[in-house]
Design a protein around this ligand. Structure first.
Ligand code: ADP
Ligand code: MG
Length: 464
């Protein structure tokens, strides 16, 4: 049994000491510094982790190191069981919520499609969007790991799983890959994929035909619900209400829910608070534009299924010119491959440049930079550019700084962490707070709204 001579704190500290060496300081800091040895129980150590992603991550990446460290300290094989340390915000009380019971049906499995009485069909999964085609790099490895974990333990730790990030970064791909993996894991599961707009349309049609009940029943018997682009729920109050109930029914029945959005839910204006808090109550993860190596890996991956191949130099060329959007990267590749397959001409860099002219200029059209926004906002509010990254907090400086953060986020869709870095090394929570504060003020104050609209218009003119 356990080495009873050592208290749980002492032994866990010893394990941590060993881990610090074997996993390296960065991983240690990120994954182990917040863990707590809670108690010994029947030959196991009960380990407190701040959230389920820690459990998943430690298990999938460091189990060998952990095992070795435990054996070192206890002198025998020792198991670990995880407990999530609960320091969650209290969940809000839902008033007059109707009783809904999930419809358990014994009908034939409907797999990945739902066909309605009128013959309309909810989209099926795109066969290209599978997990094995999703190239993993630093910008998306966390999201991809979370997606896999959601498939392994549906409806548990990562519910809902929310993936957000800019256009063309793989949100739909990853979401549908989750659907495919479910169908592979548990054939016959009812996986339903639809965009928030499709959800709204179905609901409105249901109202028009007076049979929303049927829609509800269909929705509520799915095993996995994938809702793409929830930002389009904004401002659609009745649809939000309907979705709220569907969401609750499925969530309570421990069905896996996956959502995507082009920004964090708290930044979606006109999205009800109770939805925001639910969407953010599971695991939220951001997709970040891929780095150079990953862009090349993606190009190689996409090229596999294409009729002819480009030289490595051309792949590097494309990856160098197109950085912000994987869909665009793919578009460039397809165009060059099509051209090459005609076999009329040699394809070199200058030819490629010509062929990709519009795509490259679209990419570079985003030439508005963070510092231009900072400079312009600073001038408008008559503060110094240096104030944008200073630690000072007086309101006449803090407010314009928040405006600039808000505009960077809104216009450039820069990842939160990067915005924080550009504003004097602030953390991403500060950026979220700034965007929220400005968003609220925009709703309340008309003068402020006009001022920001004018600044934005001026910046847009700069961009061209
Ligand atoms: P989003 O929904 O974020 O706008 P998509 O999921 O539609 O983006 O992705 C756009 C295109 O880029 C798709 O063809 C997708 O396959 C591809 N793509 C994006 N990220 C990756 C990745 N990590 N690996 C492979 N393909 C990717
Ligand atoms: Mg998409």
């Amino acid at each position: 049994m356990a080495n009873d001579a050592l208290s749980i704190e002492e032994s866990w500290n010893d394990v941590l000491e060993a881990l610090r060496v074997t996993v390296g300081p960065d991983s240690y800091q990120r994954w182990f510094s917040q863990t707590v040895g809670l108690r010994h129980e029947e030959g196991s150590l009960i380990l407190g982790v701040p959230n389920p992603i820690h459990e998943f991550w430690i298990e999938s990446n460091f189990s060998a190191q952990l095992k070795a460290a435990l054996t070192g300290v206890y002198g025998q094989d020792f198991k670990v069981r995880y407990e999530v340390l609960k320091v969650q915000k209290p969940t809000e009380v839902i008033e007059d919520e109707e009783e809904f019971t999930p419809q358990v049906s014994n009908d034939a499995p409907i797999a990945s499609e739902v066909v309605f009485g009128d013959g309309s069909q909810w989209k099926m999964l795109n066969p290209d969007f599978k997990m094995e085609n999703f190239v993993v790099g630093p910008g998306c490895k966390f999201a991809q790991a979370a997606a896999r974990a959601a498939v392994e333990k549906p409806g548990q730790a990562f519910n809902p799983l929310l993936i957000h990030g800019g256009v063309g970064l793989g949100k739909t791909h990853l979401m549908q890959a989750i659907g495919h993996s479910f169908l592979e894991h548990a054939p016959g599961s009812r996986v339903l994929y639809l965009t928030s707009e499709q959800f709204a349309n179905e609901f409105i049609q249901g109202i028009q035909k007076g049979d929303t009940e049927r829609l509800r029943k269909r929705l509520r018997r799915v095993d996995v619900l994938l809702i793409d682009d929830i930002q389009f729920f904004a401002g659609k109050d009745a649809t939000q209400e309907e979705f709220f109930h569907t969401y609750n029914v499925l969530f309570d029945a421990k069905k896996q829910i996956v959502l995507t959005s082009d920004r964090p839910p708290c930044e979606i204006r006109e999205l009800e608070n109770r939805l925001v808090s639910r969407f953010e109550s599971g695991l939220t993860t951001e997709l970040i534009p891929p780095d150079g190596e990953t862009r090349i890996a993606i190009l190689r991956n996409k090229m596999q299924d294409m009729p002819c191949k480009l030289d490595e130099e051309l792949l590097i060329y494309i990856a160098r010119r197109i950085r912000s959007n994987v869909r665009r990267l793919e578009g460039a590749l397809t165009r060059l491959v099509s051209y090459k397959s005609l076999g009329v001409d040699d394809l070199d860099e200058s030819k490629a440049e010509l062929l990709l002219k519009d795509i490259i200029s679209e990419e570079e059209g985003r030439n508005l930079s963070i510092s231009q926004i900072q400079k312009h906002v600073a001038e408008d509010f008559d503060i110094r550019l240096g104030d944008m990254s200073s630690r000072q907090r007086p309101q006449h400086i803090a407010m314009p700084r928040q405006v600039a953060m808000y505009l960077v986020r809104d216009m450039l869709k820069t990842p939160l962490k990067e915005i924080g870095r550009s504003f004097g090394g602030r953390d991403h929570g500060t950026v979220i707070h700034a965007c929220k504060a400005i968003g609220q003020r925009l709703e309340r104050e008309e003068d402020f709204r006009h001022r920001i609209a004018r600044i934005r218009a001026e910046l847009e003119r700069l961009e061209n």
